[in-house]
Design a binder for this molecule. Structure first.
Ligand SMILES: [Zn+2]
Length: 237
């Protein structure tokens, strides 16, 4: 078997004999084994993940806390806030990715305020292989827009990531509006491959019926996971 070799220090090398949640299981020259965190290694020889199991993914549920985002208002004037659904969707995505062995970092886990600039910074400091932000669109008047759109800012890896993930959205009950350039801070000020997914129009009744459904969110989570798997396969080529 051909094991990958990594450098722990300039003089100490180890063989990678397994990997899980971003950790490498290693064997040293004296035959002892142990675990090291892949994201702490300055592994210039292999900076790219070639599978989800060795990837670090930052998941960014849009808005939070005092920033509630866009909203849906029904006939009884009850408000449904974007921040609620970005968080529940992001949690489902994180769970699916973790089940595939990925290391997942969330920019928020609860309904709390997080500014815009710390989000891409987290992607950089954790050496994320991908950053995915989740939002729901909103049109100036209700029921004007529909469908999902995947945005990238930087061409290259981010655009490839957008294509790979967006391709999977064809099976959703909402129209797939494809990929597009989007000037959003969280993907513009990002050093890592980064995309922003608008997963339906929250102020369109037809779209909101899906957005709030656990079944819809589960299907999006599966699509994102498959899209990422395909993206890392392409990176390996
Ligand atoms: Zn938003």
């Amino acid at each position: 078997m051909d094991y990958k070799r990594i450098a722990l220090t300039k003089s100490i090398h180890a063989q990678v004999i397994g990997q899980e949640n971003g950790w490498y299981k290693i064997r040293l020259a004296n035959n002892r084994t142990g675990w090291v965190a892949s994201w702490l290694l300055n592994d210039k020889t292999n900076p790219k993940a070639s599978s989800l199991a060795e990837a670090t993914i930052v998941i960014d549920p849009g808005h939070g806390g005092s920033d509630s985002g866009a909203e849906y208002k029904n006939s009884t004037k009850k408000y449904y806030m974007e921040k609620t659904y970005t968080l529940s969707l992001a949690k489902k995505v994180a769970k699916d990715l973790q089940a595939k062995g990925a290391r997942v970092i969330m920019t928020r886990n609860t309904d709390r305020y997080v500014g815009l600039s710390p989000r891409p910074k987290l992607a950089e400091s954790s050496h994320a292989n991908a950053f995915i932000s989740f939002h729901f669109d909103s049109s100036p008047s209700a029921n004007e827009g529909t469908g999902v759109t995947t945005y990238y800012y930087h061409t290259g890896a981010s655009k490839r990531l957008a294509s790979a993930v967006n391709k999977q959205f064809d099976n959703l009950p909402l129209r797939n509006n494809g990929i597009d350039f989007g000037d959003f801070l969280v993907i513009r000020n990002n050093t890592q491959p980064a995309i922003l997914c608008e997963m339906g129009y929250i102020n369109t009744t037809k779209d909101f019926r899906q957005i709030r459904r656990a079944g819809y969110q589960a299907r999006v989570a599966k699509d994102v996971t498959t899209g990422l798997e395909n993206y890392f396969k392409e990176v390996q080529k």
